[in-house]
Design a protein around this ligand. Sequence first.
Ligand code: FAD
Length: 456
Amino acid sequence: MKYDVIIIGAGPGGIFSAYELMQKRPDLKIAVFEEGNPLEKRHCPIDGKKVKSCIGCKPCSIMNGFGGAGAFSDGKYNITNDFGGTLYEYIGREKALELMHYVDDINMEHGGAGTRIFSTAGTAFKKLCIQNRLTLLDASVRHLGTDINYVVLKNLYAELEPHVDFFFRTPVERIEVIQDGYRVWHADGEDEASRCIVSVGRSGSKWMERVCGELGIGTRSNRVDLGVRVEIPATIFSHITDELYESKIVYRTHKFEDNVRTFCMNPNGIVVNENTNGIVTVNGHSFEDPEKKTENTNFALLVAKHFSLPFRDSNGYGESIARLSNMLGGGVIVQRFGDLERGRRSTERRIEECTVRPTLAATPGDLSLVLPKRLLDGIIEMIYALDKIAPGVANDDTLLYGVEVKFYNMEVKLDENLESCHPGLYIIGDGSGVTHSLSHASASGVYVADRIADTM
Ligand SMILES: Cc1cc2nc3c(=O)[nH]c(=O)nc-3n(C[C@H](O)[C@H](O)[C@H](O)COP(=O)(O)OP(=O)(O)OC[C@H]3O[C@@H](n4cnc5c(N)ncnc54)[C@H](O)[C@@H]3O)c2cc1C
């Protein structure tokens, strides 16, 4: 066969698989097929002036290409088993943490040295949260920032490129099981390898579902997280973000006993559009570079929606709600908290008069026409709970952008080696449904690379 290992997808999962294989088994021939562009050719055309909203580029420069969905992310590597995925269920808690630290070491060697690591260990906020019906989850967070994250990826690529065959703008169409290996059909033809690592991330979720169906690999799907992104003056949350940077806080609502949680906190950051399969949702970034810092902090408030049978299409449900906001607002909708509470839409004028300057040009509107009442009630309750630990969160001028959707890939049936029912076919990262974060996806890549290095 031409290759020993074919990796599909050059996001963190694929990159760390390739990197680990290159270190442990330099004798192996490795190919990486990636739908998107090399890092330096990834440019989202949205500039806030000529192009204000998503024009649906194919491939999308935010989600596809070297670095995957994480390339322009805030680069927050959460080192924890409490959130970010369930890798520990397959490989054990200790091993999962060990690999996340290992990934952190590699990132430090490739340009990340000097960035800060934050920790919840021993913080007084834990008590303050509990006193207010909130729970602070345990984690260490390495914050690379979008700019340093880019440098790390650039350096990793420079090291990989002489040893690994990269094929960009080459989406894989299907995988065929052949004797002693796999044939991968892609935009430029076909290639074979005895091992195949699939790491197609969230953007590859539909493709993954189809491939699992074709290859008879079991799947299950039942969750989507929905909510809004909150933008406030950074000073309101600075006592928390200065100490912890990213805090994962969970609130249990009075009314429905749903869990609402903070997600992806960006101190002095910006709110951005995210495009998943043509649907525009909201996300956030922040930068290490002091010149790029804004006066605002943003974070998501999400409610997890679990479905039971006969309904199976949890992502379809999330997409329909996101489509509603796209239909009403032409993209992401922004609303002042005060307008939401008064049951009225925000208008251009109300946003202009707002004391919080929006960092994303979204369409002023009414989120109550988009989000189901139960979810919105939970989010409003949590805003008031957060106001007790950070007074000002529930101000009228707090901005809410919607909708933020966290799609979960269906969970692929895998064994403790992250190997499918076909020997030598590994499915990792967010595409497997096992991980939902940079650190877990990267760790899963290292893990399967080690299995392959040991067994080939
Ligand atoms: C804006 C944004 C900010 C984020 N911020 C953070 C953060 O701060 N911290 C954090 O932990 N997580 C963050 N995330 C999530 C994080 O980026 C993902 O969890 C992580 O990238 C998953 O890695 P992965 O390798 O599994 O998949 P991905 O990064 O999605 O990579 C998959 C790659 O596979 C390619 N692909 C898909 N299908 C095919 C195919 N058929 N053929 C060939 N290639 C294919 C895609 O083009 C993509 O490049 C963020 C995500 C976004 C979008």
